[in-house]
Design a binder for this molecule. Structure first.
Ligand code: S3P
Length: 427
């Protein structure tokens, strides 16, 4: 479906964004493995998280959906999952694939995991490899690195893993397998990635320790059901933050945004670029810090983004590049080669699609160089490459173009932000 986006004169009002995607996935998975019933509120009813619900139902878990955002997950305990009678289809969701592989590695039954065309190109060896070292049998295309993957787990040995990438999906996959292994399993990363798994496992009563720099869980630790209140997704709020910052005269308040410090890189960078953002009403929800964010139209200046902050804003790079087109000076984003293996190659897709607006953007081996101060041109026809964050980032760019923009395959937005267009319309 094509979407036409018209430029706007300003954005004003108060909104909330949908629930955090990372936390919603984990609430379903950990609830499934727990003893007792986990009630989830603020769940993200996006396609990715619904894929997780579907897969865990196929694994024999009863999940009641009381409303789009409220679930009850009837946990089956650590040893209660059942062999599925069909293939487990994760759709577009890398998080479902990699975390679930960790859980499946601990099961003695057989199953097959697949997903859409994008998932079948994304590297699964980064999690399948260490899981094999723990004792799981995982086979698939390209020497077992690409889905569809067939898994027969069980009999796992504990493991200490030095991950070559800062990836919460890899870390979480190994730690979840560690729950089913004999002994203590630990993961060390080159830079800290998002820590929702560690926080939520603790909320479910599992001891998670730092042992000599390895985040460690003890095999056989049981999870006790709990209630999870999912905060708003800062990765979704990022589209509003950038939009309100680059459209002059805007004044937008976003309520209830999760501000886990492993996720707030986008705030740090926008503040550094001169964006007027106030953090108000700070509180805790479900073991995570939450606040309201007020953002106003601002004059932005260029910046350099590299190093340890990259994992803290990895999903926000495309929309950050949009902000950079409106900043004074040249912005560089480096150390972000991971972008090449996201839902699309986001270095290439961000550069190519922004160029259609007339922006000057250079593709680098590990990032982007964006020349700011551009008047974006109307008339662009954007290819989203079925990547939700490319679709939404280009929609934000379209707000400051001097004519209408067409975005192809708009439905990909539903992966993480159902209601995106309506929410912007209300502002
Ligand atoms: C996620 C981790 C990140 C992120 C993804 C969600 C998670 O991926 O890009 O959107 O929920 O653990 P990587 O682990 O591949 O960095």
């Amino acid at each position: 479906m094509d979407k036409q986006i018209q430029p706007v004169t300003r954005l004003t009002g108060e909104v909330s964004v949908p629930g955090d995607k990372s936390i919603s996935h984990r609430a379903v998975m950990f609830g499934a493995l727990a003893d007792g019933v986990t009630r989830v509120t603020g769940f993200l009813p996006g396609a990715d998280c619904l894929s997780t619900v579907d897969c865990f139902r196929k694994l024999g878990v009863q999940i009641e959906q009381h409303s789009p955002t409220e679930l009850s997950v009837h946990g089956v305990g650590l040893d209660g999952l059942q062999e599925p009678t069909d293939v487990l289809d994760v759709g577009n969701s890398g998080t479902t694939a990699r975390l679930m592989l960790g859980i499946l590695a601990g099961q003695s039954f057989h199953c097959t995991v697949t997903g859409d065309a994008s998932i079948r190109k994304r590297p699964m060896g980064r999690v399948a490899g260490p899981l094999r070292e723990m004792g799981a049998r995982i086979e698939g295309r390209d020497g077992g690195r690409l889905a569809p993957l067939s898994v027969r787990g069980g009999g796992l040995q504990a493991f200490r893993y030095d991950s070559p990438v800062a990836s919460a999906q890899v870390k979480s996959g190994i730690l979840l397998a560690g729950l089913f292994a004999e002994g203590a399993t630990g993961v060390r990363e080159p830079e800290p990635s998002r820590d929702h798994t560690e926080r939520m496992l603790q909320a479910f009563g599992v001891v998670v320790e730092d042992r000599e720099g390895y985040i460690t869980v003890q095999g056989g630790s049981r999870l006790t059901a709990t209630d999870i209140e999912v905060p708003g997704d800062i990765s979704s709020a990022a589209f509003l933050l950038v939009a309100a910052a680059i459209v002059p005269g805007s004044d937008v308040t976003i309520r209830g945004v999760g501000l886990n410090p492993t996720r707030t890189g986008i705030l740090d960078v926008l503040l550094d670029m001169g964006a007027q953002i106030e953090v108000v009403n700070e509180r805790q929800a479900g073991g995570e810090p939450v606040a309201d964010l007020r953002v106003r139209g601002s004059r932005l200046r260029a910046t350099t983004v590299r190093g340890a902050i990259i994992p803290r804003l990895i999903d926000e790079v495309p929309v950050l590049a949009v902000a950079a087109t409106q900043a004074e000076g040249v912005t560089e984003i480096r150390d972000a080669a991971e972008l090449k293996v996201k839902e699309s190659n986001r270095i290439a897709t961000t550069a190519n699609e922004l160029r259609k607006f007339g922006a000057i953007v250079e593709e680098l081996e590990d990032g982007l160089r964006i020349h700011g101060g551009a008047q974006l041109q109307g008339g662009a026809v954007i290819e989203t490459h079925h990547d939700h964050r490319i679709a939404m980032s280009m929609a934000v760019a379209a707000l400051v173009a001097n004519g209408a923009t067409t975005i192809r395959d708009w439905e990909s937005v539903d992966v993480s932000f159902p209601g995106f267009a309506e929410l912007f319309q209300n502002l």
